[in-house]
Write a protein that binds this ligand. Sequence first.
Ligand SMILES: [Zn+2]
Length: 462
Amino acid sequence: MPFNNQQASKVGHEDLLRNPDIDAYLSSIGDVPRPEPAQLAQIFGKSPTIDAFEPSIPEVIVAFDGSLYEASADVDEPSRRVGYVKVGMVALNVKKYLDLSDRNMPYVDPMAVNRLQDRSALSMALPSAYLKEPSLDSVTDGYRAAIHRYYSSDKTKIGTDKSTLLDTLLELLRTMGAIVEENGAEWVVLPRCPAIDCDQKNVGVPLKGEGSCPSCMAPLFVTDKLRVWECFNEASTNAESFSRLMLASESLVLLHSLLFFKRAGLLAQLSNYAFIMDGPLSISGEAAPLHDPIMRTINELQLDMISHGLAPPLIMGLTKTGIAVEHFAALNESIPNGIAFPVTDEYRYNNILGKRERAKPFGDEFYYGQDVLIKTAEGRQFLISLPYPWNTKQDPEFQSSRFELSKYRNVDIAIGIINLFQSDLYENSMVPVILAHEYASISLAPGGKILDLVTARALGAA
Ligand SMILES: [Zn+2]
């Protein structure tokens, strides 16, 4: 670890590769495995072509993106830290956007695009290392309490609907059977009390959102069920816990938005929407069990709409970084233009992950959508994810048919959006996603420095 103010050397990794021990080790393990061109031609030759779909465009695209930042909370004691987690949501009116780009202009005026967006965000300032709330026993208790405050805040209500983000979490917990009835009341059960020095097992939280441990009297929250506090560090950086909170919150804000249309009786309007998430459709880490009720809720909502003669909305993830994106980019020459390739487990284990295929489906514990590589006619690659169109992974059709593109809904809309919004500015991205990212971004230096200052001021330390 560098000392304070010590910059990491920019040539560090080159020095490392010149190290004879590293060199010998890399030689000993051989080349990174890559599929043979003939094998690729066979695999991608069997993929559906995207011109088999009639591209279609929704009226409104809602894009989500999360960001997080951790800063020093005190100039004199910089180890005292505070975190920010934000999930930004940008709704873009597609028709008006197309009108803008129709005026024979060489580019779309960014200020005009700004005026077309409706934006909102779940924005959470959270305690991190050594930042204890005076009325609570531990830093972790403050972190748990802060998450509860944000999730149950009136600010998370959409329009005239009375439901908070906490209500949406409760609905998912009910769907997964995590709400139990005992003593004439309903409870969310935590496997153990989250307070330090308490080993009480199976503590219940009333559905209003908060309660207390019968043994140590520590406050308990329904949001503790997200379990992001389990990897929270009272005396060190919390990027990991904040990242898990951000990823879980992204999926929950998506579900909260979808359920708003249902609660408000606006399913006919929902037909005109498309939702784009940042990353695959998944929840990793301790909150991963929620992937299961999310998969069911999305599928039931879509089936309900279909049964009423309504077109279900597109819900799509877009993965911009990571090993799978790098893998397909490296193989770009061997992948024909204009195809849609559902990434099979066999392909992923053999060619991307380079490990033994597991008996369980890839992402069994956390994915609620299928990754599909789309390569446009122009040769741009997009790794998207579409919700599994089954209620559960126990459905035999999930086992037998999840790599068949024809089973998935709204592939035509996904292709329509990609064709329309593929951006020359950023590789593998699209205009609505870029807008959401810009909105969600808590920029690092020099903006990060300003955040440090604002935080320190708010706490009266500067
Ligand atoms: Zn306790």
